[in-house]
Each structure stands twice: as structure tokens, then as C-alpha cells.
Design a protein around this ligand. Structure first.
Ligand SMILES: Nc1ncnc2c1ncn2[C@@H]1O[C@H](COP(=O)(O)OP(=O)(O)OP(=O)(O)O)[C@@H](O)[C@H]1O
Ligand SMILES: [Mg+2]
Length: 609
């Protein structure tokens, strides 16, 4: 990672995410401390009740207890009014309940605020990341990070970290009260603490990798399910249901067995852990009885001690697990840090907003997707006159789409790899939002959202005018089709537009772009799925309505391109021919050959190689 990292450490990112929720976390911890403290008072009350009220022992009593007893009317008075003790216990229980409620309230408030901020900030950042970054990352992985890793961090901060506070406070207070009773007995009890914590830490660290594996298996299982759901048409079309079902069942089996194995390990752990804890309790009871018989401690103190010992037993057993699980959150933090540290597109560095209805020139453009990878475009230069139409022909993978991504700055042209100018201004200096707003790019693979046709067509605008939408639909020859739907413009388009035909989808994408009336329009193979007649109709509409716009049409079909003012032919990233339709025919090069195959060969469906 580079030195410009926004979050150089894990802590720096956690602090960033905690903004706005930290105060609630602290309040939660405060109330949890109060609950722990109040919990610890009950054994004391039992101790004093046994020693001073039931028995007559005269032993060390803290000044505040003496004060409370004196204020309540003295020992004899309380003996006659035992309900006072019950009232005190009830009052403590009530306070405890209130504090516990406040603890839960602030904790959940903090957790929800935290997770909201994490989701918002991640989404905001991911939206700013360059096209190239999205090309290198799997959508499934990004979603997994934004859901389960976000959850892990939430659990870490709102449950594990607060548990750790509570556990440490409970153990601390417990040991403190035990020390007040007897040093030797406390030492016996405390001697078990490191053993239990280390055992649990060791076990959970060991089992941690198995949990990770289970996570990976779960990811694979959901990937299979997701793939099959999105690709259900392919699965059905090729009759692969049985194969896919068996593949899923096999993975599911592996996943289930993994969990059964994990559960066996966990059961063995908790049972052995129970055994050690039981042994500790027993030792404390035996040694405590001895001390009690020898009059070193009172009966009340013995009962209180056993109660404290039991109270810290659970936190001690949890400590190892919490520490081990907390260390796993580090992986999730790093996975999110990867996203948050990825460099966003630099919108602010280019600020010029020139008139874009000017000549466009590509000058010695070379480009490779990977650093030091092979050149996809090799020294390409050509011009497009303002308001004219450029046709681009070229075989599959020859770099046509790449040229357009560069013009739209979806990928950034490196400094030493040529220049693209619009009206003489290098596009690197043009404000990126402004540039993209004014270049209407119909992508080769149109993507439609699961919204209505109206919303899909108007998607490029915050609030598109219905008139504009209808005008665009008409230009894209989509109006008749839409009118034939029962719900018209309100027809709901299924996920990724599955309820539309290929040609309808393409025309929706074209209409999407036309709503904007951009000065530069790019059709990347956008008419491939419509019949030749509709293709001609759309082009005629565009010529009539948007004659001023500079138009770039990429196609494998000569009939789509032949009316363009100028045509370039790409082959393996190189510009090998250019000129008008007639000039190219005369040249007798690749264009001519494709023309012969498509037109003279009798089938317009024979497309560029
Ligand atoms: N995101 C990417 N990362 C790496 N290589 C890529 C990427 N996109 C495209 N390529 C490669 O770049 C080359 C040119 O791709 P491009 O999409 O520009 O071709 P094209 O001329 O539009 O082809 P087609 O007619 O099939 O759409 C291809 O060899 C392709 O494998
Ligand atoms: Mg392409």
C-alpha cells in the first residue's frame, strides 16, 4: 500500500468509524460498571446478615456499613425489623435493573449508529472508486466485506470490547472483595485464573483457523447459490439442474461436516472447562471450610467468599474466548481498510469546463489495463470533426470499447501515453463530472435496474421530465413497444432487465442516454440486438433530432457504419485504415473484405470477424 494511505493503522480507521457513537459506547460501559458493582454488593449483605444479625460475631466492618446500621436503628432494631434487609436487597435489584436497561440502551444505540456510519462511509467511498478498481474486485467479495466484515467489527466493538471491560471489572471487583475477606483463600482461588484463561485462549486460538475455514466454505456455498440464481436461465437452458444441485449438495455436506466437527471440539472444550472450574470451586469450599473451622474467617465471610468465587468464575472462563475472538476482528478491519484505503478518483484536480461540442482528437494514444502489461491500444491517432459521425469497426478485442472508456475517463490515460483533446483542451484537465455528464455513453452491456421503465430511462437525471423521457423513448424507437405493455412506462423491469428482450434492453439504454441530449454521444455496439430496420430508424431519428451532437458509433455491422462521415478500422489495438465508406471500399483493405462478406456474401448477419 502506498504512503498516502488514509488509514495507516487499524485503530485510525476504528476511531474514524466511532465518530458519533463513541459517547454512547462510553455511557454503556459506565452503566455496565455500575451493574457489576451493584451485583457485587449482594454477597456483602448476606455476609453481614449472617455474621451480625443471625450470629453475634464482632468483626471488621467497614465504616459505611456501621453508619448504615446505626442510621437504621442499630443491630437490635434491625433484628426486629428484618424486612429492612429485604428492602435494601430489593432496592439494589431495582437500581441494577435500571442500570442494566440503560447499559443495553446505550450499547445498542452505539452499535446501530456505528454500523450505519460504517455502511454509509463504505458505500460513499466505493462509489468514488475508479472503474479500474471495480474491474479488479469481485462484487460478491465487496458485498461480503460490506456485510459480514462490517458485522464482525460491530460485534467486536459493541459486544466483545464491552464484554472485556465488564469481565475485567467483575474479576477486579471480585478479587478486591475476596481480598477483604482473606488473603490465603483469595490466592488459592486466583491461582486457577491464569490456568483457565490460558487454556481457553489456547483452545480458541486453535479453533480460530477452523472457524475461518468454515467462513470460507460458507462463502463458497453462497457463491454457488448466487451464481445459480442469477444464471438460472443458463442452468435451465442447458439442463444442468441435476449437476448444479449435486454440486451444491456436496458443498453443503462439506460445510455441515465442518460445523459438526467444530461443535464436537467446542463441546469437549466446555466440558473440560467446566471440570477445571468445578475443581476450583471445590478447592475453595474445602479450604474455606478449614479456615472457617479454625476461626480465621466467619461463616458470613465464608458464604460471601463462595458467592464471589462463583461470580467471577464465568467472566474468567469467557476472558480467553473474548481475547481470542477479538484478535480475529483484526482480519475484518484489514479487509475494510483495503477498501477505505483504495484511492478514490481525483475529481478535484481537473477543473476546466470547456465547450464540448468541438473537434475531438486522439493523439498517439497507447494503453494497457495492467501496469507493464501488453498494449491494448498502440499509438492510435485520429480526429472527429465537431457535429460529425464517426464509425468504428474492428474485430473482437481490438480495443474499440477501451478507446471510449478513455474518452469518458473511466480509465485514466497515463501521462506518457498520448493525449485526447476536445476543442484543444486535454481531457485530463476537464472537470470529470462535467465531462461524463456531457458524454452520453451507451455501454456495450447495458445494465438496467429493477425499477420501472420510466425510472430506468430517467436514471441519468435526478428528476427527469416525463416529456423528455417520452421524447427519448421515441428517438430510440422504444415508444411503440412501451405502449404495447399493459403498464406502459410503469412496467416493472426485472432484475438486470430480464423481463425485456435483448433489443428492448438496448433501446432502453439508448433512451437513457438521450434524455440528456449530450453534445457527444457514443453507441458501443448498441444496435447489435435490434433488427436492421429498427437500426436504420433509430439512426434517422438521431440525425434529425441531434444533428449538432458529435456521434461515435461502434459496430460490427457495415450497414450501421457506412453512413458515418468518417470511419476508422482497428485491428489488435492499431488503427489500420480510415476514411469515408467509399474511400475504404476503394482501398481494398479489411473494411472491404468485411463489406464483401456481409453485403455481397448475402447475409447482413455475418459480422466483423
Ligand atoms: N478491465 C479489463 N482488464 C484487462 N483487460 C481488459 C479489460 N477490458 C478489456 N480488456 C482486454 O482489452 C482488449 C480490448 O478490449 P475491448 O473491450 O476494448 O475490445 P472491443 O474492441 O470493444 O471488443 P468487442 O468488439 O468484443 O466489444 C481485449 O483483449 C480484452 O481482453
Ligand atoms: Mg467492446
Amino acid at each position: 500500500m502506498n504512503s498516502k494511505n488514509r488509514f495507516p493503522t487499524q485503530a485510525s480507521m476504528i476511531i474514524y468509524f466511532l465518530k458519533g457513537s463513541l459517547k454512547y459506547f462510553l455511557l454503556g460501559v459506565l452503566f455496565s460498571m455500575m451493574v457489576a458493582f451493584l451485583d457485587m454488593i449482594n454477597p456483602k449483605i448476606i455476609q453481614y446478615t449472617v455474621d451480625y444479625l443471625i450470629d453475634d460475631a464482632d468483626s471488621r466492618m467497614p465504616f459505611y456499613m456501621e453508619l448504615i446500621i446505626r442510621l437504621s436503628g442499630g443491630r437490635e432494631h434491625i433484628r426486629g425489623h428484618l424486612y429492612v434487609i429485604a428492602l435494601i436487597v430489593a432496592f439494589i435489584a431495582f437500581l441494577c435493573a435500571v442500570f442494566r436497561y440503560l447499559n443495553k440502551l446505550f450499547n445498542s444505540k452505539a452499535a446501530e449508529k456505528l454500523i450505519k456510519r460504517m455502511r454509509d462511509k463504505l458505500f460513499e467511498h466505493i462509489m468514488k472508486l475508479p472503474f479500474a478498481w471495480h474491474g479488479q474486485h469481485h462484487t460478491g467479495d465487496i458485498i461480503q466485506r460490506c456485510t459480514s466484515d462490517v458485522d464482525t467489527i460491530k460485534v467486536f466493538l459493541s459486544e466483545q470490547l464491552t464484554s472485556l471491560f465488564r469481565i475485567v471489572i467483575m474479576i477486579g471487583l471480585g478479587v478486591y472483595f475476596m481480598l477483604q475477606i482473606d488473603l490465603k483463600l483469595t490466592l488459592v482461588s486466583a491461582a486457577f485464573i491464569p490456568v483457565i484463561v490460558m487454556y481457553s485462549l489456547f483452545f480458541h486460538n486453535k479453533i480460530g483457523s477452523a472457524f475461518m475455514k468454515a467462513d470460507v466454505e460458507e462463502g463458497k456455498l453462497s457463491a454457488i447459490a448466487q451464481e445459480n440464481l442469477t444464471g438460472v436461465r443458463v442452468v435451465r437452458a442447458f439442463g444442468r439442474e441435476v449437476y448444479e444441485r449435486e454440486r451444491f449438495e456436496k458443498k453443503n455436506d462439506e460445510y455441515t461436516n465442518m460445523w459438526i466437527h467444530l461443535m464436537k471440539l467446542l463441546s469437549a472444550f466446555w466440558t473440560s472447562n467446566d471440570l477445571i472450574s468445578g475443581f476450583q470451586g471445590m478447592t475453595v469450599v474445602i479450604y474455606g471450610t478449614v479456615l472457617c473451622v479454625q476461626d480465621e474467617i466467619t461463616v458470613g465471610e465464608f458464604i460471601a467468599f463462595v458467592a464471589y468465587n462463583a461470580m467471577i468464575s464465568w467472566p474468567v472462563r469467557l476472558l480467553g474466548r473474548v481475547i481470542s475472538e477479538m484478535s480475529k476482528a483484526g482480519v475484518s478491519v484489514d479487509r475494510l481498510r483495503d477498501i477505505m484505503n483504495a484511492e478514490a478518483e481525483k475529481y478535484s484536480e481537473s477543473t476546466e469546463k470547456p465547450d464540448l461540442s468541438k473537434d475531438i482528437s486522439f493523439r498517439n494514444v497507447s494503453f494497457s489495463y495492467e501496469k507493464d502489461g501488453i498494449d491494448i491500444l498502440k499509438n492510435v491517432s485520429f480526429d472527429i470533426k465537431a457535429g460529425s459521425t464517426l464509425g468504428v469497426l474492428g474485430g473482437t478485442g481490438s480495443g474499440k470499447s477501451t478507446l471510449m472508456y478513455l474518452l469518458d475517463r473511466l480509465y485514466e490515460l497515463p501521462n506518457d501515453a498520448g493525449h485526447i483533446f476536445i476543442g484543444g483542451v486535454d481531457i485530463k484537465n476537464i472537470d470529470m463530472h462535467y465531462l461524463r455528464e456531457n458524454i452520453g455513453l451507451v455501454l456495450q452491456e447495458p445494465f438496467l435496474f429493477s425499477r420501472t421503465l420510466m425510472e430506468n430511462i430517467g436514471i441519468t437525471q435526478n428528476k427527469a421530465d416525463i416529456k423528455d423521457i417520452k421524447r427519448a423513448a421515441k428517438m430510440a424507437s422504444l415508444d411503440d413497444t412501451i405502449d404495447s405493455f399493459d403498464a406502459g412506462y410503469e412496467t416493472f423491469v426485472g432484475e438486470r432487465g430480464v423481463t425485456l428482450s435483448g433489443g428492448q434492453k438496448q433501446r432502453t439504454a439508448i433512451a437513457q442516454m438521450l434524455v440528456k441530449k449530450p453534445p457527444i454521444m457514443i453507441f458501443d455496439d448498441s444496435l447489435s440486438a435490434v433488427d436492421t430496420e429498427t437500426d436504420a430508424k433509430i439512426r434517422a431519428q438521431l440525425d434529425g433530432n441531434l444533428a449538432d451532437s458529435t456521434t461515435i458509433i461502434i459496430s460490427h455491422r457495415i450497414t450501421t457504419l457506412m453512413h458515418a462521415d468518417h470511419i476508422i478500422v482497428l485491428s489488435h489495438g492499431e488503427l489500420i485504415e480510415e476514411g469515408s465508406h467509399e474511400e475504404l471500399l476503394k482501398n481494398g483493405g479489411l473494411y472491404r473484405r468485411i463489406y464483401d462478406i456481409q453485403i455481397q456474401g448475402g447475409g447482413e448477419d455475418n459480422e466483423a470477424e
